[in-house]
Design a protein around this ligand. Structure first.
Ligand SMILES: [Zn+2]
Length: 363
């Protein structure tokens, strides 16, 4: 299972069935998705949990070529993300054959298509991607950057039908301004898709919900190291012309939530005024943090912050083995939110993905 890139360095070991073997190697892996420009900085984080790394953007291949052979144990993928930004390509755009071929040269764990975007009801774009991916070879996984309406009742049936008809593995990229999996309709659509698809379905550019998706049968999931890589922003939502520096987010382990680091520090400051301080809630025992208090995230390096986030996600991924343990993890986090309110009067609202993943009748 391990070592496919090392094998790639020895051409004599390339076998005709490499595509199948490498693809199955990704099963149940939690990967880290990084921008190409920061691949060097964050490469070690991708290797940390042994899940692998997805290098993203137009220069992803260049960045991955520079590093891949130095980290033989780690699966490497490249996602061109032609589907993102103001001038994004349509899903009807032709794939670039050299982008596919160079991934084979690099011996990526799976070959990801350089797909364009699939808008609301744009079945032509969807079938164009699946047809091209089917023709491109057995080692190819179709990247499907989707308007969220593709997870709604009727559309998801159409999507499932197309996937099963074309028999092409797919990696979804879900579009939303904040969190695509914050509503029951989207989560239920995804669960249904994972139940019914007869091909491996994975998630690119996701967040904590990626662990839930794997609990419900997704083959693998790639969590963005930056908030911009944790979902697909709608075009035209680029924000102000001179945006402030992006906020830093850390996962609070017991709350299972990406939270602004300033907010965490404020909570810790308030909690220390409380006589019944439960220190465990405010310290992190991941390898990177070593049980330090979480106010450190305000001043720590980006690399340390990322190492913490991925360490916590890896822990969660180890604990969550199916739908029941995923729901249990969410309920435990919701209980801690209640405790934060009762003990410290912190009126932090749980993120909406939590209720979205819980079956309605059990809430
Ligand atoms: Zn930590």
């Amino acid at each position: 299972m391990e070592g496919q890139i090392a094998m790639g360095a020895t051409d004599a070991r390339r076998q005709p069935d490499d595509g199948d073997r490498r693809r199955s190697d990704l099963t149940n892996r939690l990967l880290v998705q990084v921008p190409a420009a920061q691949a060097d900085d964050f490469w070690s984080v991708g290797d940390q949990g042994g899940g692998g790394i997805v290098v993203s953007g137009a220069r992803a291949l260049f960045a991955a070529f520079g590093r891949a052979r130095e980290m033989p144990a780690q699966p490497v993928l490249v996602d061109r993300r032609r589907y993102s930004g103001g001038n994004r390509a349509s899903g009807t755009a032709r794939f670039d054959p050299s982008w596919i071929e160079q991934q084979r040269d690099l011996r990526t764990a799976v070959v990801l298509t350089d797909s364009g975007y699939v808008g609301q009801g744009d079945q032509k774009a969807l079938t164009s991607i699946l047809e091209q991916a089917g023709r491109a070879g057995d080692d190819v996984c179709a990247v499907l950057p989707l308007h969220l309406s593709w997870l709604a009742d009727r559309r998801v049936e159409l999507l499932i039908g197309e996937l099963n008809q074309h028999e092409v593995p797919a990696a979804l990229v879900l579009e939303h301004r904040k969190d695509p999996l914050a509503t029951q309709y989207a989560v239920n659509g995804l669960k249904h898709l994972l139940d019914e698809a007869q091909v491996p379905v994975s998630l690119l550019s996701t967040d904590i919900s990626g662990v839930g998706a794997m609990a419900h049968g997704a083959a693998w999931a790639a969590v963005g190291i930056t908030s911009a890589l944790r979902h697909l922003y709608p075009a035209g939502n680029a924000g102000p012309p001179f945006p402030p520096p992006p906020a830093r987010y850390a996962i609070v382990p017991k709350l299972m939530t990406f939270m602004n680091v300033e907010r965490i520090a404020e909570g810790w400051a308030r909690a220390q005024c409380n006589e019944d301080l439960i220190e465990d809630l405010w310290r992190c025992d991941c390898v990177e943090c070593g049980y330090r208090t979480m106010d450190r995230f305000v001043t720590c390096t980006g690399l340390s912050l990322a190492a913490h986030n991925i360490g916590v996600l890896d822990d969660l991924h180890q604990k969550v083995t199916g739908p029941a343990s995923w729901e249990r993890a969410i309920k435990d986090a919701l209980d801690i939110y209640g405790l934060m309110q009762d003990e410290y009067r912190l009126t932090w609202r749980p993120p909406e993905f939590m209720n979205a993943w819980l079956p309605r009748f059990r809430r």
